[in-house]
Design a protein around this ligand. Sequence first.
Ligand SMILES: [Zn+2]
Ligand SMILES: [Zn+2]
Length: 240
Amino acid sequence: MILMDLHTHTIASGHGYSTLKENIEMAQERGLKVLGLSEHAPGMPGGPNIMFFWNYKCIPRRYGDLRLMCGVEANICDLEGGLDVDDFTLSRMDYVIASMHTPCLKSGSAAENTRAAIGAMNNSYVTILGHPDDSRFPLDYDLLVREAVKAKVVLEVNNSSLHPLAARQGARENIILMLQKCKEYGGPIILGSDAHTCYAIGDFTEAEEVLVELNFPRELIVNESLENLSLIENKNNVLK
Ligand SMILES: [Zn+2]
Ligand SMILES: [Zn+2]
């Protein structure tokens, strides 16, 4: 059973359409136990400024039996895997996703993009690699999954990437390649809705179809157990 959705956005991200309250209410309605707020980082056009992230201390983390985690979807902004969020800020997040986005990174070859992803995964604050499924940023999945396992980073299966109108191209084929390697190397994955409206919170319909098709082992799906939060969470965050 899916207990958490750690990839969601609100209006604060600049191109999201729901408020935090709307997202929280939908998460409760859909029976989630953990909702993760992962707003876009300052490098994304229209994204929040850095003060937004420093002020997370004012957001309550508990709503009945729903826990809220406040994090960031940092942009990988160079081919070494550098992020657009400094360590001071990252250390104050409940968790950190790192992702490649076209406005923030110019794609290199598959070898170069994979090096960038590995660089980001080796940042000690990064625990999730967001949507590594975009043919505009080709990746070497064999190497990526081996390095993710080594770096203890969880690879995301992004439900929004699988929508027919998704900007990310070839996602289904790429996700299948990635999942086959995760199965082979025992690499954990996390389902993320990447919701930009409350209606998408906790909706993993397309991702689940692919998992069922591949007979993917449920024990490698981080969302299935709250104990797996230890893989994701920044336990040293002083600001929660
Ligand atoms: Zn977005
Ligand atoms: Zn993203």
